[in-house]
Design a protein around this ligand. Structure first.
Ligand SMILES: [Zn+2]
Ligand SMILES: [Zn+2]
Length: 243
């Protein structure tokens, strides 16, 4: 498997960057994980629109789905100008319903609902959708293929399912959306330290910190995480990780 980081900003894109989006390659198959602001621009550097096999959306917050609307135009206009392409299958949560309905299209996308954590076979991988704790229905992803395990936590605070998700991952891309000094009574993201501690406690072999809020100094995020997981690294735009 290969994972290319198409966007890692939390909430809104850093200058020249993009919010959440990752290209997962399993052999010849290409799956887009989340489709935030600026993700398509980076995706199309690597994959023509008619070569994308599937899309998985972890939750329906705009920083993970906003480019889905533009993707519909891209499919429409490509077809009108001679590119022969099938509808793209999309797996997404069913709520919030108002946002789920915005994904509907006239034959450009086929929407399937993520509804539980039972494993799903997708191409040569086994994908598990594990509920996370976030203000809307959100799923962390565990993707196993060729004896390796990749984890993407999407957005979450620490919860009972995170150790299950992270356990023995070869690579984990985690929400490090905030810092200890911004701790509040109610949180919606993990601090860099919390993510790193969970990764260490659950034997994650390689930790990539993501969902980085552009207003933070990346060095501070890294320094905080490395107190718990000394080899943690920050997500980098267009970086490809072999798993
Ligand atoms: Zn979110
Ligand atoms: Zn987010």
């Amino acid at each position: 498997m290969k994972l290319t980081i198409l966007g890692y900003s939390g909430g809104f894109p850093a200058p020249g960057g993009a919010t959440s989006g990752y290209l997962l390659e399993i052999g010849p198959r290409r799956i887009l994980l989340d489709c935030g602001s600026g993700v398509l621009s980076n995706l199309f550097k690597l994959v023509p629109i008619d070569k994308l096999d599937a899309i998985i959306l972890t939750h329906l917050h705009y920083d993970h789905i906003s480019d889905m609307q533009v993707l519909k135009y891209a499919i429409d206009l490509s077809r009108k100008h001679g590119i022969d392409m099938k509808p793209i299958p999309v797996m997404a949560p069913k709520s919030p319903e108002q946002l789920a309905s915005t994904l509907e299209s006239d034959g450009n996308l086929i929407i399937g609902q993520i509804s539980n954590d039972s494993p799903m076979k997708m191409f040569d991988a086994t994908i598990r959708f594990i509920p996370m704790e976030h203000p809307v229905e959100t799923y962390g992803l565990s993707i196993e293929a060729e004896g390796k395990k990749l984890v993407y936590t999407a957005d979450s605070v620490p919860c009972d399912n995170l150790p299950i998700l992270l356990k023995d991952a070869d690579v984990a891309v985690v929400d490090a959306g905030t810092l200890e000094r911004y701790r509040k009574p109610v949180m919606v993201h993990m601090t860099a330290r919390e993510s790193a501690r969970l990764a260490r406690e659950n034997n994650v072999k390689r930790l990539v910190l993501s969902h980085l809020l552009p207003v933070f100094n990346p060095e501070e995020i890294l320094e905080e995480a490395r107190k718990e997981y000394p080899d943690a690294v920050l997500a980098e735009l267009m970086q490809t990780i072999e798993i």
